[in-house]
Design a protein. Structure first.
Length: 99
């Protein structure tokens, strides 16, 4: 129920880990979402027990706070608190976002 106002400034070269961006959905280009950059091209990303590792290290806690399982307000249908993502390398000209 919240409202977000976005000021669109596009500086691809200046984007860094932790920046909040507006992105088109890869599944539906008519849908946009707000996400935080967690990886850049060439980074190795892995998610284990809800902990995101970037190049083998957990993301900066001040930018990406971790919550206890009791504090997670909503887990999408079909997902669990321990969903993992096997390690992969972020492709060129792309970012890995967490929304």
């Amino acid at each position: 129920g919240d409202t977000a106002y976005v000021w669109r400034i596009f500086r691809l070269k200046n984007l860094k880990i932790g920046d909040v961006v507006l992105s088109k959905s890869p599944l539906d280009p008519n849908y946009q979402f707000i996400g935080r950059i967690a990886g850049k091209a060439g980074d190795r990303i892995e998610i284990t027990k809800r902990i995101v590792l970037r190049n083998g290290a957990p993301l900066e806690p001040s930018l990406f706070p971790m919550f206890d399982s009791n504090q997670i307000p909503l887990i999408p249908s079909g997902k669990t608190e321990s969903d993992d993502l096997p390690a992969f390398t972020v492709p060129e000209k792309t970012f890995f976002l967490i929304s």
